[in-house]
Design a protein around this ligand. Sequence first.
Ligand code: FMN
Ligand code: SF4
Length: 439
Amino acid sequence: MSTILSSAKGWPSILLARAGASKPADLDDAIKAGAFEALRRSVRELGPEGTIAEVKASGLRGRGGAGHLTAAKWQAAAETPAKERYVVANGYGADPATSTDRTLLETDPYAVIEGVAIAAFTIGAETGYISVRASATQAIKGLETAIEAATARNFIGEDALGSGRRVEIEVRPVQGAYMLGEETVLLKALDGKRGQPEQRPPHPATRGFHGAPTVVQNVQTLASVPWIIRHHAKAFGAIGFGAAPGTILVDVRGPERSGVAEVPMGTPLEAIVELGGRFAKGRSLKAVVVGGPTGGILPPSELKTPYTFDDLRSVGAHIGSGSVIAADDRACVVDVARLLTRFSADEACGKTIPCRIGVRRIAEIGERLTTGTSRAGDLDLLVDLSADVVGSALCDHERLATLPMLSGLRYFRDELDAHLLRGECPAGVCRPIRLGATA
Ligand SMILES: Cc1cc2nc3c(=O)[nH]c(=O)nc-3n(C[C@H](O)[C@H](O)[C@H](O)COP(=O)(O)O)c2cc1C
Ligand code: SF4
């Protein structure tokens, strides 16, 4: 299990509030800590319409990266005429270096199970799947134990909560590359098929697993729902920041500490970076990589940015996998951007040409910059290519894959120019090109 970093005193906790008190093997402890209270309220008091209204009033947005409104998906799935419907909890964790979702699954499986059950009751689904990376064996074992215990106590199962409704939940280990986290690929993997992203619309909420309405939701999103129903939408809205209420898990890599922490949405990036500790004497923060492999590379001048979907997007980054990595003055931003873009080019599924070719060409620009083989006009080409790639493909990957190089260009132009115009790497990382005067 990843280290859980303690957040600042006074920061509210939703997702990790029961860490340690919700062990899979001890449902009684989890119940004492509030597990399944919200499911009871949702089924016996609120009903589907009341539950959707509460989730809508909370303003909950998906934690899987894009920040779509959760209630809108539930409503679409509930209103689409169908014989069967499904709920899929996305716990795949596409970024192999980030363990936010796995940490949640390991520390409070009952919150995710309860979230899936509430969603299933609400949209009229009989089956919910919790998809987890097959290598996350501790999370899988814990979920299986917890599902068995919750079924034995009739919270889920044949006649769940005596409602006359059947709600079965299954853990589905899946294994694949980065793209498997994308919702339409995940749905195919759940069916045992290889997949590439599908054109949308139709969105899975209206036409998903086996062609049926399917709510695909990140595990943090689902685990937030029981808290919302227990404490009411208003309390959730009071945490966080304007259009981004609630909390989120971040995976912080800092000079002194690395681990997973829960932070209120809207927390300034600076406070998140500080969770990773201070740099040793003589070292300083040069850049923060925010969002994982397709993240933006931000300079210290952007540290006041609130950690929200919209604010990060406006500065050229995104929440993505929840990863926040602090890089010190020894890092070469061009090399970091090159590395991340190469990852994106290699992971692109190849279904759409602008992404398949364009991201590869962008990665090559990075590779030329870091090996002293740049061509005049490479930075203009980077801007042109990025504009062509963005918005022309089937999934968000193509837009996000341009962020490392574009944010490098936006904030570290001098460093890119040093590589391009003088064949120098000021940080002394890229060889065989010469070191710059500051090295
Ligand atoms: C390349 C790619 C990888 C993704 N990986 C994940 C992932 O690992 N986990 C996740 O929850 N969402 C991931 N997403 C987003 C999902 O497609 C989907 O939007 C999300 O699971 C919906 O849940 P939410 O509304 O609760 O965020 C990925 C998207 C893309 C384009
Ligand atoms: S944008 Fe890229 S990753 Fe997404 S479907 Fe097209 S080729 Fe595949």
